[in-house]
Design a binder for this molecule. Structure first.
Ligand code: COA
Length: 640
């Protein structure tokens, strides 16, 4: 078993006092005065010498000594495994490929065969870890190597539903054989595609032949089995219950085992309808269009589901617990580049021997299971109706314009998102931006709390009709604050994981839940009405996901040199949100911010300020007194 994090430092543990100070700073402007005063008192008590906070912190210090990553399990459980919501839309992000132009059904099978060949090449690289180049951080704190552990789980894991908590089942031992089959879903039926036969990897032509056989079997109408895959789209507890009923039959146990141990799924989808805009394809990728379309042609527990639609709607649906979107992008980009760069090998000579037909998986479905499938279908349908999606390609400028202003493109976009939310809703709310902690052993992500007081000051200045020079100064301060928090988070010194660790270790010690975690401020600060993430790509495609709370937005963005793709999601059932309205304000805000930059760039008095927050500046001298200075924090507290 290769080690994917050799030589990387352990995730640091921030000081208790620093986290408490930062926590108060982050929540102050999101609370009423009364709420904040109460929180301040609670925090003071928590961090007092000899108090609960110190005790919990000392236990975390011990945990850090003993484990590769002190927050890994806490985070995985909290973020995914304890979460009971249905995976489609709520949890599983998707990558949407460019629209494919398939003229005939065979074209989609050829595409799938080419893709599968790419997967096999990529998997071979993964198996020889030294062949997979180690990722290196770009952007802020560029150049450091990143933990590669998540890659190992791409094709060797699955999420097992549990009544109270799911389990991430990942192959941990090199004693276990790597899976040598994929599952192909077609018309809600599941087939075993062995990709290694007689110790030989199938070539692309053989794969195509097998896919044709699968399509024929699925279409024959004989022995059409119920759409069992729909059960995996249900809430996790409901699916766990249904799965335990399925498990009573040995035939079902065998089918479940084959799916769960497979490398991945390839979903051969039927055409979904005439209009395939980016927004439509994003929605179809997120939920499959419900039971009436391809919603049952999925197995949501598998981390990688490659979707190939007859209508050219293609992409990847990803179960999120084993890895982050960035790892998914790296893998997907490899595949698309492989497909562009290596011509399809279908013309090669026929394979040496006649291949056995792929095996169809069978299910014994009791009336109880049938009932549950139809209940899962209803719930998926509600999700389909509920999803309010809006994908927009903003073409007025991209990250090059922002870099020319000597600003961080990511921070700039985050401030624009704050402005958009404020203009939509007249207030600022707790915001999540994922920040990679892969600079550390087994690192996943922490949260950049983008709703900074500096962003609020800028937004108010934009709304109050202040002088442009003042607005520009405030924009720079907002960007500096955002950039500083980013550096803090990617250095493992942000507050969310630390607070989670303190909360969870208290529970482990069977202590009564500390007051700080029962306080309204904690609940408000963890209700992320705006959940955001940068997922950049170097190949034409985009990522999207749903909101994490019923009345919130999910915003995924992909900054390119001269444009930015935004995927905004919310739920129709919430009377507070509207994705189109959010996008409208976002575009207006980006326009206003560009105008502001252009206007101020002609003002000679702003020349000095225009140097802006380069990384050195961001972590150094540019911070105003009020603006949290990450460099001081990092230099004095960074314990690796
Ligand atoms: N002046 C000029 N250029 C600047 C600048 C400034 N002040 N600040 C940054 N830049 C440049 C950077 O050098 C970089 O250049 P490059 O494109 O040539 O590499 C570029 O702008 C982008 O930097 P920035 O916008 O600051 O962001 P980043 O790339 O460092 O990304 C995060 C910031 C938080 C998104 C990133 O650190 C991260 O954690 N990504 C993972 C997110 C994730 O996990 N997503 C998936 C969740 S499922």
């Amino acid at each position: 078993m290769p080690t994917y994090h050799q030589g990387l430092p352990k995730l640091p543990l921030p000081d208790l006092k620093d986290t408490m100070d930062m926590y108060l700073r982050c929540v102050k402007h999101l609370l009423t005065e009364e709420q904040f005063n109460k929180t301040q008192k609670i925090v003071k008590q928590f961090e007092a010498p000899g108090g609960v906070g110190e005790l919990l912190q000392s236990k975390l210090v011990e945990k850090r000594e003993k484990t590769a990553n002190w927050v890994f399990d806490y985070w995985l459980n909290d973020m995914y495994l304890n979460n009971r919501v249905a995976l489609p839309v709520n949890s599983s992000p998707v990558m949407v490929f460019p629209q494919q132009n398939f003229r005939a059904p065979i074209d989609s099978l050829k595409f799938a065969a080419h893709l599968i060949s790419g997967v096999l090449e990529y998997k071979a690289l993964l198996e020889c870890s030294h062949d997979l180049p180690v990722d290196c951080a770009r952007g802020q704190l560029a150049g450091t190597p990143l933990c590669m552990e998540q890659y190992h789980r791409l094709f060797t894991s699955h999420r097992l539903p549990g009544l109270e908590k799911d389990k991430l089942v990942a192959q941990e031992s090199s004693m276990m054989p790597e899976p040598e089959h994929m599952i192909v879903a077609c018309k809600n039926q599941f087939f075993v595609l062995n990709v290694v036969i007689n110790f030989c990897r199938l070539n692309e032509r053989d794969v195509l032949i097998q896919l044709e056989k699968i399509k024929e079997m699925a279409e024959s109408g004989e022995d059409r089995l119920p759409p069992v895959g729909l059960l995996t789209s249900d809430g996790r507890t409901e699916w766990a219950e249904a799965r335990s009923i399925l498990m009573r039959e040995s035939m079902n146990r065998d089918s479940l085992d084959m799916i769960e141990r497979s490398m991945c799924l390839v979903c051969l989808d039927e055409a979904s309808g005439p209009e395939l805009s980016d927004t439509t394809r994003a929605m179809l990728m997120l939920h499959g269009g419900g039971a009436a379309k391809n919603g049952g042609n999925r197995w949501y527990d598998k981390p990688m589901q490659f979707v190939v639609g007859e209508d050219g709607c293609c992409g990847v649906v990803c179960e999120h617990s084993p890895f982050e979107g960035i790892v998914l992008v790296q893998c997907t980009e490899y595949l698309l580049k492989y497909m562009i760069g290596s011509p399809s090998k279908l013309v090669r000579a026929a394979s040496v021997s006649e291949l056995p037909a792929p095996r169809k998986l069978h299910w014994k479905c009791s009336p109880e299971i049938q009932k549950r499938i139809s209940s899962s279908a209803d719930k998926l349908q509600r999700l389909v109706k509920n999803l309010d999606m809006n994908v927009h390609k903003f073409c007025d400028y991209g990250k090059e314009f922002i870099k020319k202003q000597k600003m961080s493109p990511d921070a700039f976009i985050q401030v624009a998102l704050q402005l958009a939310y404020y203009r939509c809703h007249g207030r600022m709310v707790s915001t999540y931006e994922s920040a990679s902690t892969r600079r550390f052993r087994k690192g996943r992500v922490d949260n950049i709390r983008s709703a900074t007081p500096e962003a609020l000051a800028f937004i108010r200045a934009m709304t109050d009709g202040k002088l442009s020079s003042k607005k520009m100064r405030m924009l720079r301060e907002a960007i500096t604050a955002q950039t500083n928090y980013t550096v803090l988070a990617i250095s493992g010194m942000a507050i969310d994981n630390h607070l989670l660790g303190l909360r969870e270790i208290a529970q482990e010690m069977k202590m009564e839940k500390p007051e700080i975690f029962k306080d309204a401020a904690y609940l408000i600060s963890n209700h992320f009405l705006l959940s955001t993430s940068q997922v950049p790509t170097t190949v034409e495609m985009f990522c999207c996901y749903g909101p994490v709370v019923q009345n919130g937005y999910g915003v995924c963005y992909n900054p390119q040199s001269d444009h930015i793709i935004f995927s905004v999601s919310s739920f129709h059932e919430s009377p507070e949100t509207c994705s189109a309205e959010f996008v409208k304000h976002l575009l207006q805000g980006l326009q206003d911010m560009m105008d502001l930059c252009n206007e101020c760039s002609t003002d000679p008095n702003t020349a000095e300020r225009r140097k802006g927050p380069t990384l050195d500046h961001a972590v150094g001298g540019l911070c105003s007194n009020e603006c949290f200075c990450a460099s001081v924090f990092l230099k004095s507290k960074y314990r690796l």
